[in-house]
Design a protein around this ligand. Structure first.
Ligand code: CMP
Length: 137
């Protein structure tokens, strides 16, 4: 069993895709073991994405991620990290395969609707960034 962090980003929450995205997650056999809705501060977004702090897109990314409500979840299942990334599709929706969330819902590479941990190491930073032990079921 593996755990991963999922974020439904402001563009997808605002346009009403939260339910459809959770439907795809559960349809893939992943279990939702924690959920919260939150409006991040700029500092909270910067802390979450600190691995990208030197990248040119960091200021835009953190401004965007603190611009509206996000829905954050922990997913559990066999190969949960890969399964969630396969459901999401490529970072840039232009490159995303047909039937993926980013192909179907994303606006552009910044407003790309969803985030997922990219490795077990990332998941072990990202999950406790948002959830304490008693919030995970
Ligand atoms: P995410 O999976 O949340 O991880 C980092 C985010 O940075 C990524 O999705 C994109 O939303 C955003 N981003 C913006 N520009 C770029 C870029 N040129 N390359 C990669 N990620 C980018």
């Amino acid at each position: 069993m593996e755990r991963t962090l999922a974020i439904i980003k402001p563009d997808a929450v605002e346009r009403g895709f939260t339910g459809k995205i959770f439907d795809r997650i559960e349809g893939k056999g992943l279990k939702i073991i924690a959920i919260k809705m939150i409006h991040l501060t700029k500092k909270e977004a910067e802390g979450f994405y600190k691995v990208h702090a030197q990248r040119p897109f960091f200021p835009g990314l953190t401004t965007y991620m603190s611009s509206g409500t996000v829905v954050i979840a922990v997913l559990e299942g066999k190969d949960a990290i890969k399964k969630w990334r396969d459901l999401m599709g490529a970072t840039n929706p232009k490159d995303a395969a047909a039937g993926t969330i980013r192909k179907d819902f994303a606006v552009d590479i910044e407003k790309n609707s969803v985030h997922g941990s990219d490795s077990p190491e990332s998941a072990s930073y990202e999950i406790p960034y948002f959830f304490s032990g008693i919030e995970i079921f």
